[in-house]
Every structure is written in C-alpha cells, then in structure tokens.
Write a protein that binds this ligand. Structure first.
Ligand code: GRF
Length: 206
C-alpha cells in the first residue's frame, strides 16, 4: 500500500509507521510527507528515514498561506506521489470539501476521542470536564464535515479518578500508536471496507 502522510506536529504516529515499514511489519511504502508547519519535528523523522517531504507552511511575508494555495500545492504533490491511501496523523489544518473530493486516494484521520462524541479540539479537557468514564481514539474516513466521516476503528480506555489532561493525552497517544498501524494493516489486507462515495469513478474499497 502506497501511503502519503499529512502532519503538523511531533509525528510520533508517523514514526510508528516508519518503524513498522522498516521492520517489514506492515506492507506499506510511505511515499511522502506533507507538513503544513516548517518547525514540525515530524519533518526530521521523515528525513532520517529518507522519505520525501513537502513543507507547505507560510508565505514569504510570514502570513499564513491561503488555504487555496496550500491545497493546490498539496494536491499536485499528492498526485505526483500516487498514493493508495492518504493518512492525516496529527494534521491540524481543516481541508476544504473540494480538496477532499478531488484527492487522488481515500483519506483517513486519527482523532483523539471516541467519535461521534468530542469532535474538534481540546478533547481531553472536555472529556475530563464532562466526567466521562471512557475515552480513546478513532480512525475515520475524512469527509468535508469535520471529524464526521465513517468511523473505521476505535480504541477505548477507562478514565481514572486522578487523570489529568496530560495523563489522558499520553495514554490516548499510546493507544493511537497501536490503532493506526493495526487499522492500516486491516486496510492493506482488505479486511476492512472503506467505501468513499466521492471517488465514485474508482469506487475504492479496501
Ligand atoms: C495525536 O494525538 C492526534 O490525535 C492529534 O494530534 C496528535 C498527533 O501526534 N490530533 P503526533 O504528531 O503523531 O505525535
């Protein structure tokens, strides 16, 4: 499976995929990384693994690159890499419906909550404030509506009485590091069905 990964931050999930690929534990080839931040540590991880990186962050004037400009560059880059699957792993920019609809491959996202609850940001804090007993992470198909596409897989943990935002973040991240490679393995083995309506001409099913 040819995979492109979009990142914004530390890239610990990317590292898990790199390690699994290098160990031969996952039948994947990471064909390229796109970062929307030039200071993302994920870039170093990709470079160390000799994976092509495209950094699409800011304009010369220091202003945020317009979403249209970002998306047209990202789209051209993805098309050139010809991925079978696009993985958003800690990618913190919202993508437009037209970018998602015209993407060259199905896109999945890793989200730190048990979707459909707690879409969006600050999930750990909101889960604690609400006194939830359970929390976790989800991998879902990316659609134009934020964090709302078909949920593919989830991993759950119990929220402890002494949990903090930091402890939940770290515990959820450990789950993510297991859930992401496992989900990609299921997709690669056609053990999980992912139907992307908007790529109807290819009617992609993994
Ligand atoms: C993950 O916790 C993900 O759920 C959130 O951002 C974090 C990314 O971590 N959206 P990393 O960049 O893979 O280390």
């Amino acid at each position: 499976l040819r995979i492109a990964v979009l990142v914004s931050g530390s890239g610990s999930n990317l590292q898990v995929l790199i390690d699994a690929m290098q160990a031969g534990a996952l039948p994947i080839e990471i064909v390229g990384i796109i970062s929307n931040r030039e200071d993302a540590y994920a870039i170093k991880r990709a470079e160390q693994a000799n994976i092509p990186v495209a950094v699409l962050s800011h304009t010369d004037s220091g202003k945020r690159m317009a979403i249209k400009t970002f998306e047209s560059h990202a789209s051209a880059q993805l098309t050139a890499w010809q991925p079978d699957l696009i993985v958003l792993a800690g990618f913190m920019r919202v993508l437009s419906g037209s970018f998602i609809d015209n993407a060259p491959a199905p896109m999945i996202n890793l989200h730190p909550s048990l979707l459909p609850v707690y879409k969006g940001l600050d999930t750990h804090q909101r889960v604690l404030q609400a006194g939830e007993r359970h929390h976790g992470c989800s991998i879902h198909v990316v659609t134009a509506e934020l964090d709302a596409g078909q949920v593919l897989t989830q991993a759950v943990l119990n929220v402890n009485i002494n949990d903090t935002v930091e402890s939940l973040q770290s515990r959820v991240q450990k789950l993510e590091h297991q859930l992401l490679p496992w989900t990609i393995l299921l997709l690669a083995k056609n053990a999980l069905s992912l139907t992307v309506d908007n790529i109807s001409s290819k009617a992609t099913t993994y």
